[in-house]
Design a protein around this ligand. Structure first.
Ligand code: ATP
Length: 353
């Protein structure tokens, strides 16, 4: 059977709470992944990501709620389907390929019930999918870290799981390798059309891999969104602070669609529910402030970083506020120089004070 016929199922996490003794570390958490979707649990250390992933894989009981894979009930209070019956594949941070088994034997490990010829053809298909055809007879210690991870992925995919879970799978790899592997793994998962859920505390990893990111905070999901929306449309201050670089400046409501800031008046493009005169905070990302010689707003350069195609300038307004501003690398200014700056916002994100 071709690999394309792998099963994939939706994952439903419904009002799930998980406790260690009296300590509740996941609280009434809801999340859904559609069949074939790649999700990511992102969050600070200790927020409950691994605990939730373990519960989905069958290593941990629920205090409340339910976990379903398609229509199949995996867990609810008082019932935890054994891990080996779940049809859930696992890839962990510490690869843990069997060192005494060849690549072929490692990948075939979970499909021992199939006939030999079927096993061989599955191994060959999966090796092709992860770009390592011809590596059948190699042993793990003769492979690079990235190659080992790809074999671990092939091994997890071999039994055609309904869901693949990956716990910080790339954190042991160096940055260059990780970046190229991330895109590769995403493409493999999309090609296999498998539903997958990652755990990471690395935002770039989450953004590169996932269709949907769940930012966890204190055992609950603070926001579940596409990477783009998570960055540009954070729903809470916590999300705005956690994701990407950003800072807040004061904003005063002038009218239902208008705010006043230290860098001029902005039309919001949406209706504000706050009354005229209300004080709010406006989220600015580094790319929201740009260099413009014609601008009435002047700032002094206090620091600069060359980034190849652009400069990132640290600037200070006359009221002492520090901002970050981007300029094309043709605009090479010295520290201490005054430059014109202006806001160029695609998305206006405001929070009440
Ligand atoms: N076996 C356990 N017994 C008791 N408490 C635990 C156990 N495992 C985790 N915890 C606690 O549960 C909370 C959530 O831990 P968890 O490992 O799920 O967080 P995480 O978000 O995966 O963190 P990290 O990114 O550091 O791995 C933490 O406060 C942790 O101390």
């Amino acid at each position: 059977m071709p690999i394309k016929e792998l099963n994939n199922k939706s994952l439903t996490i419904n009002d799930v709470s998980i406790r260690y003794g009296d300590n509740e570390v996941v609280t009434r958490l809801n999340m859904q992944l559609k069949a074939g979707e790649i999700g990511c649990l992102l969050g600070a250390s200790g927020c409950g990501k691994s605990t939730l992933l373990r519960a989905i894989s069958g290593f941990g009981d629920l205090a409340e709620g339910r976990i379903l894979l398609g229509e199949r009930l995996l867990s609810e209070r008082g019932y935890t389907m054994p891990a080996e019956q779940r049809k859930v594949g696992l890839v962990f941070q510490d690869v843990a390929l069997f060192p005494h088994l060849s690549v072929e034997q490692n990948i075939a490990f979970g499909i021992g019930a199939l006939r030999r010829a079927e096993q061989q053809s599955r191994v060959a298909e999966l090796l092709a999918a992860v770009g390592l055809s011809g590596y059948e007879k190699r042993y793990p210690n003769s492979l690079s870290g990235g190659q080992q991870q790809r074999i671990a992925l092939a091994r997890a995919l071999a039994p055609r799981p309904d869901l693949l879970l990956l716990d910080e799978p790339f954190s042991g790899l160096d940055t260059m390798l990780r970046d190229s592997l991330l895109t590769e793994v995403r493409n493999i998962l999309l090609e296999q059309q498998i539903t997958a859920l990652f755990v990471t505390h690395d935002q770039m990893e989450a953004f590169t891999l996932a269709d949907k990111v769940a930012l966890m905070h204190n055992g609950a999901i603070e926001q579940l969104a596409t990477p783009y929306d998570m960055y540009h449309k954070p729903k809470t201050r916590y999300v705005a602070d956690f994701i990407g670089k950003g800072y807040f400046i004061p904003a005063e409501v002038l009218a239902s669609h208008q705010i006043n800031t230290e860098l001029g008046v902005l039309n919001t493009g949406f209706t504000l529910s706050q009354p005229e005169g209300a004080s709010m905070s406006l989220l600015l990302r580094p790319d929201d402030i740009v260099h413009d010689d014609q601008s009435n707003y002047q700032a002094v350069i206090t620091g600069k970083q060359f980034r190849g195609s652009y400069f990132q300038y640290d600037v200070e307004l006359s009221n002492g506020r520090s901002l970050v501003c981007l300029a094309s690398s043709h605009h090479n200014h010295a520290i201490g120089q005054r430059i014109g700056i202006k806001m160029e916002l695609e998305h206006i994100v405001l929070f009440e004070n």
